[in-house]
Design a protein around this ligand. Structure first.
Ligand code: ADP
Length: 222
């Protein structure tokens, strides 16, 4: 599902470098990405999802070579093939919960927004304990509820790859565990691959593999 080879990346200011000789993640694998704050976890998942482009190396995701693609091509690829849960959720305040969940269908015209998509949104909202909240706006929801809306949005189009940046951050331990369990059961139901950044070491037993970004990242070179 994910093949990275000879990857080299640094930000424009040259302060942070990531060097990753090889990383292979198979279809259906559930992988946690760990490391202290600032270690490069978000950078790594942004590279895999095509939000950032490396200076050198190859990135293949779901059979598509992202190397050499334009920003626009990588964006289209991400929207159509990857479900992404952002750390700050990136929900749109002026859309209802229902429309926030359905956003991939509005952004990607190749996804048909019909009754099936609407049913998928409703059933996911039910599974994520958001029943009765579909007409609400994000500002009227709790932090945990907004997090679960972001997870529904990432899953609604049944992507083969789900990437989540700390989807259980800022939740109390019980809510973190139950949110992860809901997410994992939806991932399993779809046979999707999961790549999840987490700081929460209590959750790691739910993953088949744990990758520590400290093994690849270096701070300022000077
Ligand atoms: P993590 O997700 O593990 O907290 P990040 O991937 O967000 O770490 O950041 C890794 C390093 O890259 C940090 O030192 C951070 O300051 C730096 N960094 C992140 N984004 C940028 C950027 N847009 N420009 C320059 N440096 C950045």
């Amino acid at each position: 599902m994910i093949d990275l080879d000879g990857l080299r990346f640094c930000y424009g200011n040259g302060g942070f470098r990531l060097e990753l000789p090889a990383l292979h993640i198979t279809r259906g694998e559930k992988v946690a990405i760990v490391g202290p704050s600032g270690a490069g976890k978000t950078t790594l998942i942004y590279l895999i999802s095509g939000i950032l482009a490396p200076q050198a190396g190859a990135i293949r995701v779901d059979g598509v070579d992202l190397t050499g693609k334009t920003d626009r091509q990588r964006r289209d690829f991400r929207i159509s093939r990857i479900g992404f849960v952002f750390q700050e959720f990136e929900l749109l305040d002026y859309l209802t919960v229902r429309d926030n969940i359905l956003l991939p269908y509005y952004l990607n015209t190749t996804l048909p927004l019909g009754p099936q998509a609407r049913r998928a949104a409703e059933s996911l909202a039910g599974a994520m304990k958001l029943d009765g909240k579909l007409r609400r706006y994000p500002k009227t929801l709790s932090h945990g509820e907004r997090q679960r809306v972001a997870i529904c949005r990432a899953l609604v189009a049944s992507p083969a790859l789900l990437i989540a940046d700390e989807p259980t951050g800022n939740l109390d331990p019980d809510s973190a565990r139950s949110t992860l369990d809901l997410l994992l059961s939806e991932v399993d139901r779809r046979g999707a691959t999961l790549l999840m950044v987490t700081h929460n070491h209590d959750l790691l037993d739910s993953f088949q593999r744990v990758i520590s970004v400290q093994d690849f990242a270096q701070g300022a070179s000077s």
